[in-house]
Write a protein that binds this ligand. Structure first.
Ligand code: MN
Length: 298
């Protein structure tokens, strides 16, 4: 897989340097659920995973036929689903009596653990739906833990304003100046920042050298610095840039400004057995998940 090779060439690299782009991925247009059109960045043939991230889908449409079928009742086991809504909303309901609506600017971090059966139904607002779903793997010891939700509205997510005009919505993790996101107790110690940079602005942020990381640009375009050894890369909206080794990222924008997600997580380095909506460590555990689901044991 290209990304493993690219990350490997970075191993032994100086982690005190800026993280260069080692792979650029275009979202693959596909559909899932009941005919929901989406762009898949992680979990496709181009980038099957970026440990601990198993999937990243982007939904962005002003055409209700693209998404109103939604994701009717389906199960999950063994990982976490993170839904972040930029426009429109997502209505959810599960088999444990939880239900609610994720509004624009809000996030739902669902730890599926041993099992959840839920539905996720996108709705438009002023004709728009725009959202991301990220799947974050759980370590073997926590795959069968009790399910849990962490849900926060736009108003509950802190925003950090940089001197250079950048705006960072801190969903998970901590910025280098100490703004802490509301999502807590996730074993892969994720960073999930939604960053807006002004035209001809810049953004520099520390990232733990232990983590895999990427930037997914969804508006405008940015230049990601390659530092002393790499090459600067232009990354346009609709592109995910996998970052190599280093301890910080340096992003600048040109005349348009830009918006992007900066996401990082500690790799688990565990075997993965992926069976549809179940992500376990062995085939036997995936078969057990199907049996438990069919037997109504979720
Ligand atoms: Mn789901």
């Amino acid at each position: 897989m290209a990304v493993e090779k690219a990350l490997k060439t970075q191993k032994g690299a100086d982690t005190s340097c800026t993280r260069p782009v080692v792979l650029s991925v275009q979202g693959l247009l596909t559909s899932d659920g009941d005919g929901v059109k989406l762009r898949r960045f992680i979990g496709s043939s181009t980038l099957s995973m970026l440990d601990p991230f198993l999937l990243l889908d982007a939904f962005d449409s002003d055409e209700p036929r693209d998404y109103l079928g939604g994701f009717p009742e389906h199960p999950h086991r063994g990982f976490e689903t993170v839904t972040y809504v930029l426009a429109g909303r997502v209505r959810h309901q599960d088999n444990r009596g939880n239900n609610g609506v994720i509004e624009a600017g809000g996030v739902q971090w669902m730890t599926a653990g041993r099992g959840i059966i839920h539905s996720e139904m996108p709705e438009q607002h002023n004709g728009l739906l725009s959202a991301f779903q990220l799947w974050v793997n759980l370590p073997a010891a926590q795959k069968m833990r009790q399910p849990q939700y962490q849900e926060f509205s736009a108003a509950q997510i802190p925003v950090e304003y940089g001197l250079d005009g950048s705006e960072v919505r801190v969903i998970a993790g901590e910025t280098s100046t100490g703004t802490i996101g509301p999502i807590k107790n996730v074993p892969t110690e994720p960073i999930y920042f939604d960053v807006a940079v002004r035209p001809r602005g810049s953004f520099v942020e520390a990232l733990p050298p232990t983590h895999n990381s990427f930037i997914s640009v969804y508006e405008g375009s940015v230049v990601i610095s390659g530092g002393s050894f790499g090459r600067d890369k232009v990354v346009e909206a609709g592109t995910l840039a996998v970052l190599g080794a280093g301890n910080h990222v340096h992003v600048t924008s040109k005349d348009t400004g830009a918006k992007f997600l900066l996401i990082a997580g500690k790799p688990l380095n565990e075997p993965i057995a992926h069976g549809g909506p179940f992500v376990m460590n062995t085939r036997a555990e995936v078969m057990q998940a199907f049996q438990d689901f069919w037997a109504g044991r979720f």
